[in-house]
Design a protein around this ligand. Structure first.
Ligand code: MF3
Ligand code: CO
Ligand code: CO
Length: 256
């Protein structure tokens, strides 16, 4: 299969993943249990010709991740209700015809603090800055550098313990995309490669720990954390984002 055949496949998976986040958007409100968001993800992906990659992946029990407030990533949907002032990341990965589309966004529950808004906005911008320089011939470290440079100037920190990843026929594959680093370091990026950019940004220190459930990663200092994720493909002179929202819901409405 040629590069463009791969892109045709991943476009479908990415588009379904993005549509799924569009679908859950109106439900991500105060009083909603995160398991309700999970159910919508599961059913919407199933009903549109795909399946959810997270379900039973390495024993993960649900179809998406919901990471609230000081949860950095891999939060497990459950019976806890979202409350006014919470910030939550919903991360979905749709598999279509064996290909993975992986994307996440932040949602503001009711009225959130200016600090939370600024964290979310910085995180979104850092992801877009990292993506904006992608083209054939750059290095993974160039992406990390863009993100880290932007985020640290604002006084936030870049999580080290989790990173972006190659994706395609496998959920997670080489290369690792670190969200910090030095220009010209890491591995070379070539046209045709498909990977995610998914910075996790903390208000406080970058250290994380995983809770007893074996999945939920939280900030050690309990400060809030935010994340956005797109799946992208590298072209000769740029990139293609496969997980864009068709409804322009990529960022929370108060930023638009
Ligand atoms: N979607 C996550 C990522 O961006 C991975 C979740 S793994 C799971 O790579 F098992 F927690 F679903
Ligand atoms: Co990912
Ligand atoms: Co993801």
């Amino acid at each position: 299969m040629s590069i463009s055949d791969n892109f045709l496949k991943i476009r479908e998976a990415g588009s379904l993943a993005a549509d799924t986040l569009d679908e859950v958007t109106p439900f991500v409100q105060p009083g909603v249990k995160t398991e309700k968001i999970d159910k919508i993800c599961y059913e919407f992906i199933r009903d549109n010709g795909g399946h959810s990659a997270p379900l039973f992946y390495r024993g993960f029990p649900k179809s998406c991740c919901t990471s609230t407030n000081h949860v950095v990533c891999h939060g497990i949907p459950g019976n806890k209700e979202l409350r006014d002032g919470d910030i939550v990341n919903v991360d979905v990965t749709a598999v279509v015809d064996g290909w993975h589309g992986d994307t996440s966004r932040m949602f503001a529950i009711g009225e959130i603090s200016p600090k939370s808004k600024s964290l979310i906005e910085t995180t979104f911008e850092s992801m877009m800055k990292g993506i904006s320089i992608i083209k054939d011939g750059i290095s993974t470290g160039d992406i990390g550098y863009e993100i880290q440079n932007y985020v640290e100037k604002k006084g936030y920190s870049v999580v080290r313990d989790f990173c972006g990843h190659g994706t395609g026929k496998k959920f997670h594959e080489q290369p690792n995309i670190l969200h910090y680093g030095k220009k010209n370091s890491g591995v070379k990026i070539n046209s045709g490669m498909i990977f995610t950019v998914e910075p996790m940004i903390n208000i406080g220190k970058y250290d994380t720990k995983v809770l007893q459930d074996g999945w939920t990663a939280v900030t050690k200092d309990k400060t809030f954390s935010a994340q956005f994720e797109h799946t992208v493909g590298v072209t000769n002179n740029g990139y293609e984002i496969f997980t864009k929202s068709k409804k322009n819901l990529d960022k929370p409405s108060y930023i638009l």
